[in-house]
Design a binder for this molecule. Structure first.
Ligand code: OXD
Ligand code: MN
Length: 593
C-alpha cells in the first residue's frame, strides 16, 4: 500500500521493492509512536541495545560490522555520463555500469526484511533553501538516525505534494561485505545508491551524499553553495550577532568550534556563542546581496572519542538523552564511555567489537585495545545543544559575515590571516591542506590537499567547483571576507603552541573586527596578519615570543609550499580556472620580492 500522493515517488518505491524484494514496506510518518515501536523492534532483533534509561533516557547503542567503521572514499563514486564531469579528484564510473553492478547486489537482498520509506527534508521543511529526499532502507538503525539528523515524516510528504521533485536515495545493508560495498552518486538522475555498508557517513544519505555531493552539483546549477562548513553566531556584549561559516577537513574540530565556550578572560566582555550547525552549510545570495546560510541538518553526528566536559561541554550536554551511540564502550551499568571521555576509566566493559574489555589490555601485536573505535560516533538532536541558535528553523537562514578555512599545519600557516579579496580567498580555500602527525595517520608531515575541505564531498569536477566559487563572489554586493586559521602550530618539540578550544574566540573576535573595518593588521605576502597587539589575550598566559611565532610568515617555507601546490594543481590540467593560476603567480611574486 502506498502512502504518498506523488505518483513518481510511488512508482519508484514499487520499482525498488521489485528489485530488493522486501517482505514488507513501512512508510515513516515521523511520529513518536512509530519511533518507539521501531526502537522496540530493533532491540528485539539485536540491531540496537537499550541503554540505561534512568541515566540516559531515550538513548540506544549500536555496533557496526568490524570492517565498516568509516567512510570508504575508494568505494564512493560519482557516476556521470562523461568522466570529465566527475573530475580528477573523484572516483568515477559510467552510470549504466554502476547501476548494473549495484543492481546485482541489491537484487533480492531485502527478502525476509522490511523496507522503510523515509521522506526527509534537508533544511527547514518548506524553506526556499531546502531539498526533499526519500531514503529507502532495510535498516532500523538508519531510520532512527535519520529521524534525528533530518526533518522526516508526513509533513515532508505534504510539502512534496503530487508532483514535487525529490532525491531518490536507495540503501541496503545486503551482506555488509566490503567487496560488495558501493556508495554511488548519479547527479544527472538526482539519485544515490548505497549498498553493503551500515556506517553513518555511507548510509545516512541526507548527510554527505545529498547535502554535499548531490547538493554541490545542484548548487552549481542553481546558483547557490553547498559547503562542508559549520555555522555559528557570535554575540557581542551589545547583543549584535555576527555569523561565520568555517570549513576544516574531517576531524579538525568543527563540532568543538561550533559549540565553543568563551574563555574566562573574554567572558567578562559578555560574548555568547550560538550554534547553527557543525558540519554542513547551504548558502544563497539574498536580495540584499549578502550570503545567507542554513544548516540542512537537524542533528549532530559527531566523533565521540576526545569529547568531554573540558573540550566540549555543550556536546556532552547535547548527548544526555534521545541520542544514539555507535561503536563506543558499553559499560556494565548500561551507560557508555570512550577514550578521552568524562569520568574515570571504567574497570571493565564491552568494547566496540563486542569483546570483554579492561583498561590496559593489549592485542596480539602488543598494541593497546581501545574501548571505543577512534571514529565512534554520537547522533544527537540539534535542539538539545545548550547553545543552539534560535534561528536554526528560520527558512531564510542567517547572514554570513566571514568564511574561515583551516587546516592542521605544524608549521607554515600562521594562527590567522585574512585574504586580500574574494578571488584570493578562493585561492586560499583551493590550496587548503592538513598534515598528518606521526601519532595519527602515518607519515609525519605528509600533506593532504583538501580544497575547501570538500575533496571527498564535491559531486562534480573540482575545477568547475572553483569556477563556481569565483562566480558567486562576483555576484555578491557584500561578499563575506575570507580568512584562514591554523590552531595546530607546534614548537620544535612537537607541542601545540596555541591553546585552541575556547581561546579560538580571541581569533574570531579579530575576524569579526576586520569584517567591520576594524582590527589591527599588517600586510604580508600571504594576506593580512594581526599585529602583535591586535588579539585580546586577557587572561591567557602566553609570552610575546610565542605570539610572534604564531603570527610569523616564513617566506622560505611558503616558497616550498608553492612547489607542493603547483604539483597538486597539475592534476586539474586545463580545468583549473585562470584566476587561480593568476593568484598562484601573484603569491609567488610577492614571496620573492
Ligand atoms: C566527516 C563527518 O567525515 O562529518 O567529515 O563525519
Ligand atoms: Mn564532516
Amino acid at each position: 500500500m502506498t502512502q504518498s500522493k506523488n505518483k513518481k515517488l510511488n512508482a519508484w518505491v514499487k520499482k525498488c521493492a521489485e528489485l530488493c524484494k522486501p517482505d514488507k514496506i513501512v512508510w515513516i510518518d515521523g511520529s513518536e509512536k512509530q519511533k518507539h515501536q521501531l526502537e522496540k523492534e530493533a532491540c528485539k532483533a539485536g540491531e540496537i541495545i537499550e541503554l540505561n534509561q534512568k541515566q540516559m533516557p531515550g538513548c540506544f547503542y549500536h555496533r557496526t560490522a568490524l570492517n565498516d567503521v568509516a567512510r570508504t572514499e575508494k568505494l564512493t563514486l560519482i557516476c556521470t555520463s562523461k568522466k570529465r564531469d566527475a573530475g580528477p579528484t573523484n572516483h568515477w564510473m559510467l552510470p549504466k555500469d554502476a547501476y548494473a553492478k549495484a543492481r546485482a547486489i541489491f537484487k533480492g537482498s531485502m527478502k525476509g526484511h522490511t523496507m522503510y520509506v523515509i521522506p526527509f527534508s534537508m533544511g527547514p521543511v518548506g524553506s526556499p533553501f531546502s531539498k526533499i529526499g526519500v531514503e529507502l532502507t532495510d535498516s532500523i538503525y538508519v531510520v532512527l538516525n535519520m529521524l534525528i539528523m533530518t526533518r522526516a515524516g508526513q509533513e515532508v510528504l505534504d510539502v512534496l505534494g503530487k508532483d514535487g521533485e525529490f532525491t531518490k536515495c536507495l540503501h541496503g545493508k545486503a551482506d555488509l561485505d566490503i567487496d560488495k560495498r558501493w556508495i554511488m552518486h548519479f547527479p544527472e538522475d538526482n539519485t544515490i545508491w548505497s549498498v553493503g555498508s551500515g556506517y553513518g557517513g555511507n548510509v545516512l544519505l541526507g548527510k554527505k551524499c545529498l547535502s554535499l555531493r548531490i547538493g554541490s552539483y545542484l548548487a552549481a546549477k542553481e546558483n547557490w553553495m553547498a559547503e562542508h562548513m559549520l555555522i555559528m553566531g557570535i554575540e557581542d556584549p551589545y547583543g549584535n550577532i555576527e555569523y561565520i561559516a568555517a570549513a576544516f577537513p574531517s576531524a579538525c574540530g568543527k563540532t568543538n568550534l561550533a559549540m565553543l565556550v568563551p574563555p574566562d578572560g573574554l567572558k567578562a566582555k559578555g560574548y555568547r556563542i550560538w550554534t547553527v550547525g557543525d558540519d554542513i552549510a547551504w548558502m544563497k545570495m539574498d536580495v540584499d546581496g549578502r550570503l545567507w546560510a542554513v544548516n540542512p541538518e537537524n542533528g549532530f553526528f559527531g566523533v565521540a572519542p576526545g569529547t568531554n566536559s573540558k573540550t566540549n561541554p555543550n556536546a556532552v550536554a547535547s548527548v544526555k538523552k534521545n541520542s544514539i551511540f555507535t561503536n563506543v564502550l558499553l559499560k556494565k551499568d548500561g551507560t557508555v564511555w570512550w577514550e578521552g571521555g568524562d569520568g574515570d576509566i571504567p574497570e571493565e566493559g564491552t568494547d566496540w567489537k563486542g569483546n570483554a574489555w579492561r583498561p590496559g589490555m593489549l592485542d596480539e601485536e602488543g598494541k593497546m585495545v581501545h574501548g571505543a573505535h577512534p571514529n565512534a560516533r554520537f547522533t544527537a538532536p540539534l535542539k538539545q545543544c545548550p547553545t543552539v541558535s534560535n534561528r536554526v528553523n528560520q527558512p531564510h537562514g542567517v547572514p554570513i559575515s566571514a568564511i574561515i578555512f583551516g587546516g592542521r599545519r605544524a608549521r607554515l600557516a600562521p594562527l590567522v590571516f585574512e585574504s586580500l579579496n574574494w578571488q584570493h580567498g578562493v585561492y586560499v580555500g583551493a590550496t587548503m591542506a592538513s598534515e598528518r602527525t606521526a601519532a595519527q595517520y602515518g607519515k609525519q608531515g605528509e600533506i593532504r590537499r583538501d580544497p575547501m575541505a570538500m575533496l571527498p564531498f564535491c559531486g562534480y569536477n573540482m575545477g568547475d567547483y572553483f569556477k563556481h566559487w569565483l562566480k558567486m563572489g562576483k555576484k555578491m554586493k557584500q561578499a563575506p571576507k575570507i580568512f584562514h586559521v591554523n590552531w595546530f602550530k607546534q614548537d620544535k618539540d612537537g607541542n601545540f603552541i596555541w591553546p585552541g578550544f575556547g581561546d579560538n574566540l580571541r581569533v574570531l573576535e579579530w575576524v569579526i573586527a576586520r569584517c567591520k573595518g576594524k582590527g589591527k593588521a599588517k600586510k604580508t605576502p600571504i594576506g593580512y596578519v594581526p599585529t602583535a597587539d591586535a588579539l585580546d589575550l586577557t587572561g591567557l598566559d602566553i609570552d610575546p615570543k610565542t605570539m610572534q611565532q604564531l603570527l610569523h610568515v616564513d617566506k622560505k617555507e611558503w616558497k616550498k609550499e608553492l612547489e607542493n601546490i603547483g604539483e597538486f594543481f597539475k592534476k586539474f590540467g586545463k580545468d583549473l580556472p585562470k584566476e587561480i593560476k593568476e593568484e598562484y603567480n601573484a603569491l609567488q611574486r610577492r614571496i620573492e620580492q
